[in-house]
Design a protein around this ligand. Structure first.
Ligand code: SAH
Length: 462
C-alpha cells in the first residue's frame, strides 16, 4: 500500500494554499467543505477566488511565498504554475514534517486527494495511488449510483440510537444483527420515503420487542426490457431484497441484478395464461412480508400501469403490511422512444392515450369515439389478440383507415422489431409478431422512418 487512507479533521485548522488560479480554487472549495481555515499566498487571485474570499474562511496572507508561512499550518497545497517553486514548497514542507501536495505532480506529494463520494457523515474515498485517476473517477460513479441519497441521514439517526442499542445488546454480534436488519429493512425504507418519525419508531420497536418480524413489500417497475432502463432506486432495492417475485415481462438481464442469494419466485403472468392467479400472488406477497422478509415485487414497465400493481398494494394495505413503490418506465414511453416514435409532436399529436386491449370481461364499455379522434396518439397495450376488433371499431368511429400504425415487438431488447403500416392493415401486422407487442396508432408513426435509431431495429414496411 503506497498511501494510507486517513480521514483528516481539518475543521478550524489552518491550511496553506500557494497559488491563486483555477486549480487552487478547486482545492480550496474542497477544503472549505471540510471547514478548514485557508491561508492563500498568490501574486493575484482569480475572479472565482476573490469571490470566495468575501464569504468564506479564507485569508489572503501574502503575494510571495516564504517558508515562514509554513510555521503554523497543518497541511500545504502548492498549485502555482512555477514548477521550481512548487518543488521548493514541497521540500520546505517535508523538511518540517508537514504533509504537502503539489497538485498534479505525484513525486511532489506526501498526500494525495482521493475521489470522494460524500453522503456525510458517510464519506467514501477512492484512490488508484495516482496511477489512473480516470479509473478512480469511473469507480466513483459506479459506487455513487449504488448508494442511496438517504445514506447520510440514516447514519445520523443511527448515531442517536447507538448508546440505547449498546445498552440493550451487550454482545457485539447481537448489535451487529440489530443494525444489519435496520439498515437493510424498514428503518432504511422509511427514511428513503421521507417518513423520519416512522423510521425512528421502527428502531424503538425493534429495540423493545424480541424477535419482531417487520417485513415489507416494494413494488418495483423494471422498465420495458433493457436493463439500462431500470431506475437507480429500483436497482438499490433489488440489492436488498430477501425475495424477488417477478412475472414473465421482467428480463433475465434485470433479474440478474438482484441480490445473489435472494429467493426468486416466478409468478409468470401472460394475458390469458395466468400461471398463478392474482389472488394467490397477493396472498403470497403478504405472507412472505409477514414472515419478516423484504419482498421486492418486480413488474415489467411501470407497476401501476396495466400491471395490477394497484391491487397488490391494496392487499398489502388491508393486511397492514408496509409498502413502497418504485415507478418504472412504462412500455408506451420506453418502447416508442427506442422505435424512434415521439408520442406527441406539435405538428401531429397534441395528446396521447394509453389503453389496454385486454379488458376484464364484465361488460366494460369502451368509448370508441374518444379513441378515434385524430390529432392524438393511441398506444394499445396487450392489443395483438384484439387487433381486428380494434381496427374495426376505430374505423367505424371515424378514424381514417390510412392512419399510420406501428407494431413494436420486444421493444428495447436486442431483437426489437418495428413494423409500420396503416390502420386498415393492423391485423395483418400483428399476426406473426413475438410477444410482448405494443400497438401505436397516429400520424407520429411516420416519424419512425426518420428517427429510428436503435441499432437492431428491423423495419418491415407494410
Ligand atoms: N406494466 C407494464 C404493462 C403490462 S401489460 C408497463 O407499464 O409497461 C403488458 C403489455 O405491455 C404487453 O402485452 C405489451 O403490450 C406491453 N409491453 C410491455 N413490454 C413491452 C416491450 N418490451 N415491447 C413491446 N410491448 C411491451
Amino acid at each position: 500500500m503506497d498511501y494510507l487512507p486517513i480521514f483528516a479533521n481539518l475543521r478550524h485548522k489552518p491550511v496553506l494554499v500557494v497559488g491563486g488560479g483555477k486549480t487552487a480554487a478547486r482545492k480550496i472549495q474542497l477544503l472549505i467543505r471540510a471547514g478548514a481555515h485557508i491561508q492563500v499566498v498568490s501574486y493575484e487571485l482569480s475572479k472565482a477566488l476573490s469571490d470566495m474570499l468575501a464569504t468564506n474562511n479564507i485569508q489572503w496572507i501574502a503575494k510571495i511565498y516564504h517558508p515562514k508561512q509554513l510555521a503554523q499550518v497543518f497541511l500545504v497545497i502548492a498549485a502555482t504554475n512555477n514548477s521550481q517553486l512548487n518543488s521548493r514548497i514541497y521540500k520546505d514542507a517535508t523538511d518540517r514534517y508537514l504533509l504537502a501536495n503539489v497538485v498534479d505532480e505525484l513525486p511532489n506529494c506526501s498526500f494525495i486527494f482521493p475521489s470522494i463520494i460524500d453522503r456525510s457523515p458517510v464519506v467514501i474515498a477512492i484512490s488508484s495511488s495516482g496511477t489512473a485517476p480516470v479509473l478512480s473517477r469511473l469507480l466513483r460513479e459506479k459506487i455513487e449510483s449504488l448508494l442511496p441519497a438517504h445514506l447520510g441521514q440514516m447514519a445520523k439517526i443511527a448515531n442517536q440510537w447507538r448508546s440505547k442499542v449498546k445498552a440493550r445488546f451487550y454482545i457485539l454480534s447481537d448489535r451487529r444483527r440489530f443494525w444489519d436488519k435496520a439498515f437493510n429493512g424498514l428503518f432504511s425504507s422509511h427514511i428513503a420515503s421521507g417518513n423520519i418519525d416512522e423510521a425512528k419508531r421502527v428502531l424503538d420497536r425493534q429495540l423493545s420487542e424480541i424477535n419482531v418480524s417487520l417485513g415489507e413489500i416494494i413494488l418495483v417497475g423494471a422498465g420495458p426490457g433493457s436493463s439500462g432502463l431500470l431506475t437507480l432506486r429500483g436497482l438499490q432495492v433489488m440489492q436488498l431484497a430477501d425475495v424477488l417475485l417477478y412475472d414473465y415481462l421482467v428480463s433475465d438481464e434485470i433479474l440478474n441484478l438482484g441480490r445473489r442469494d435472494a429467493e426468486r419466485i416466478c409468478v409468470g403472468k401472460r394475458a390469458n395464461a395466468h400461471s398463478v392467479s392474482q389472488k394467490d400472488i397477493n396472498n403470497m406477497l403478504v405472507k412472505l412480508a409477514k414472515q419478516g422478509k423484504r419482498v421486492v415485487r418486480l413488474k415489467g414497465g411501470d407497476p401501476l400501469i396495466f400491471g395490477r400493481g394497484g391491487e397488490e398494494l391494496q392487499a398489502a394495505a388491508s393486511a397492514g403490511v408496509p409498502f413502497q413503490v418504485v415507478p418504472g418506465i412504462t412500455a408506451a414511453v420506453g418502447v416508442t422512444a427506442y422505435a424512434g416514435i415521439p408520442l406527441t409532436h406539435r405538428d401531429y399529436a397534441q395528446s396521447v392515450l394509453f389503453v389496454t386491449g385486454h379488458c376484464r370481461k364484465n361488460g366494460t364499455v369502451i368509448d370508441w369515439s374518444a379513441l378515434s379522434q385524430s390529432d392524438q396518439t393511441l398506444v394499445i397495450y396487450m392489443g395483438s389478440i384484439a387487433s381486428e376488433e380494434i381496427t374495426h371499431q376505430l374505423i367505424t368511429h371515424g378514424r381514417d383507415l390510412t392512419t399510420p400504425v406501428a407494431v413494436i415487438s420486444r421493444g428495447t431488447y436486442q431483437d426489437q422489431q418495428v413494423q409500420t403500416g396503416i390502420l386498415q392493415n393492423l391485423f395483418e401486422l400483428t399476426r406473426h409478431t413475438p410477444a410482448p407487442t405494443l400497438l401505436v396508432i397516429g400520424t407520429v408513426v411516420n416519424l419512425h422512418q426518420q428517427l429510428a435509431w436503435y441499432q437492431n431495429s428491423k423495419k418491415i414496411h407494410g
